[in-house]
Design a protein around this ligand. Structure first.
Ligand SMILES: [Zn+2]
Length: 197
């Protein structure tokens, strides 16, 4: 028995077309948000994307997207998919392992409870976030789950720096585009609503 988590063909091509390095965090986020937008337009998953970059050099390891609905896997959030692909590519379950350059996770929206938990395990030393959970919930109606109120401090205590609000407006536009497209919001909230009706 096994499970396969993959990127849609367009995202494989787009990864191949990424530059060798992307210097600023804004430009790294711009690349990630572009993937989120394409994922909505091509209907290959939810309106979220994430990228793993070498923190100093800006070399993109992989940019991935949410794959929950096409794969039928609830944990195929952008962060999980991308970290798995990056670790597979780098050849280490620990992106902070000795001998490796530091890695940065760039995500189009604040991580949900599940993805938040995956960050310290991944070995990244930096997280860059666009839209806040509040924005994700208010615009798109996704339920991000219970997260520690001091989530940011808890990451920083583990040596993971957190940068929030980078290109949040652009990320929110993609969320709105997703809502306007009428694609399904697939979380527990939806199930609860269905159960009530
Ligand atoms: Zn998540």
């Amino acid at each position: 028995m096994n499970v396969m988590i993959d990127l849609p063909p367009w995202a494989v091509s787009e990864n191949a077309n990424l530059p060798d390095s992307i210097d600023s965090v804004e430009d790294r986020m711009r690349a990630v948000i572009r993937f989120a937008g394409l994922n909505v337009q091509k209907q290959t998953g939810g309106p979220f994307a994430a990228g793993v970059f070498e923190k100093e050099s800006g070399k993109p390891i992989v940019v991935g997207v949410n794959r929950v609905t096409p794969l039928g896997i609830s944990s195929a959030h952008a962060e999980i998919v991308t970290l798995m692909l990056a670790q597979s590519k780098v050849g280490s379950f620990d992106l902070g392992a000795e001998g490796l350059p530091e890695h940065q996770l760039v995500i189009s929206a604040q991580p949900c409870a599940m993805c938040y938990g995956s960050i310290p395990w991944s070995g990244v030393t930096s997280v860059v976030i666009a839209a806040s959970s509040k924005q994700v919930e208010s615009i798109a109606g996704f339920d991000e789950g219970a997260i520690h109120p001091r989530w940011k401090e808890e990451l920083e205590r583990r040596g993971i720096e957190v940068t929030e609000g980078i290109l949040a407006v652009e990320a929110c536009e993609i969320l709105q585009e997703f809502v306007d497209s009428g694609q399904a919001v697939y979380n527990a909230k939806t199930v609860l609503k269905n159960n009530r009706s």
